[in-house]
Design a protein around this ligand. Structure first.
Ligand code: SLL
Length: 257
């Protein structure tokens, strides 16, 4: 018999940030069938990924279901941890990929739904489009946040464990007499929080644009709309829905810059 879910940690919320997005290439392109299937002009990958230098998302994310357009055979694709949580395909058209996130058993949380509308064509300023075409690579991704409200004690332990950073560490100094020393790869000290400032401002697609600064801007916008709302439970629910929608819009607008 499965163990009874453990007690919840009262008054605690744990938030995790991650990315949902897609890359796309004009075919033929390395890694995709050549010649491409009849009528297929683009190769793409839709994904759910950790932030660069963020904690391992598989501590809380155990399974992702991507539901593709019905023109695909086996439109429902399920990826189990450790992933990578991504699906690569070829095709001709854009559509909304339905994404379901399934959490660790001990969380006691139900699956959560997200959508990502594939971007297959170059977008943004003339310069940005020129670069995308030159590199034959389009990246359209947005910051997502998940909040675990009053996590179970067991889940809280997982979410706060040191091991979730292990994937960012590389072993150094394995020479004789030297103890293996774990160091972090990359310029940014790993953290469960967002970096204070975007490492490369405005460079969506490389993870560089997601920062505390950016988050504050988003939050400020959200607070403005939230302030206009009454505090009754019914209205708070509507506000939550509104925030989610705005976040997605802001994410989309950033991705489309
Ligand atoms: C469009 N509304 O016309 C969209 C439909 C269809 C996506 C997109 C090929 C699937 C397959 C494919 O790209 N489907 O032949 O396996 O833009």
């Amino acid at each position: 018999m499965p163990a009874a879910p453990s007690k919840r940690v009262k008054g605690t919320q744990i938030r995790r940030h991650f990315l949902i997005g897609n890359t796309a290439h004009v075919l033929p392109s390395p890694g995709f069938p050549d010649p491409p299937p009849d009528g297929h002009t683009k190769g793409w990958t839709v994904y759910v990924r950790p932030l660069p230098n963020g904690p391992d998302i598989t501590t809380w994310l155990k399974k992702v279901q991507f539901k593709l357009h019905h023109t695909y055979t086996d439109a429902s694709r399920t990826i189990e941890a450790p992933g990578p949580f991504e699906v690569s395909e070829t095709g001709y058209g854009e559509f909304g990929v339905e994404i379901r996130l399934y959490f660790a058993q001990e969380s006691g949380e139900k699956a959560v739904y997200r959508e990502h509308y594939l971007v297959l064509a170059a977008y943004g300023s003339d310069d940005q489009r020129a670069r995308q075409e030159r590199e034959n690579k389009i990246v359209a991704e947005r910051l997502e946040t998940i909040e675990f409200n009053e996590p179970t004690q067991e889940f809280f332990k997982t979410l706060t464990s040191e091991e979730q950073f292990n994937w960012l560490k590389v072993k150094k100094g394995r020479g004789k007499g030297k103890k293996p020393d774990f160091i972090f790869e990359g310029a940014v000290e790993p953290t469960a929080q967002l970096p204070e400032k975007a490492s490369e401002p405005g460079q969506a697609g490389a993870g560089g644009a997601w920062s505390v600064q950016y988050e504050r801007q988003v939050l400020a916008q959200l607070q403005q709309s939230a302030a206009a709302l009454d505090h009754s439970i019914e209205q708070e629910k509507r506000a939550m829905e509104e925030r989610r929608r705005r976040l997605e819009e802001v994410g989309g607008a950033i991705g489309a810059k």
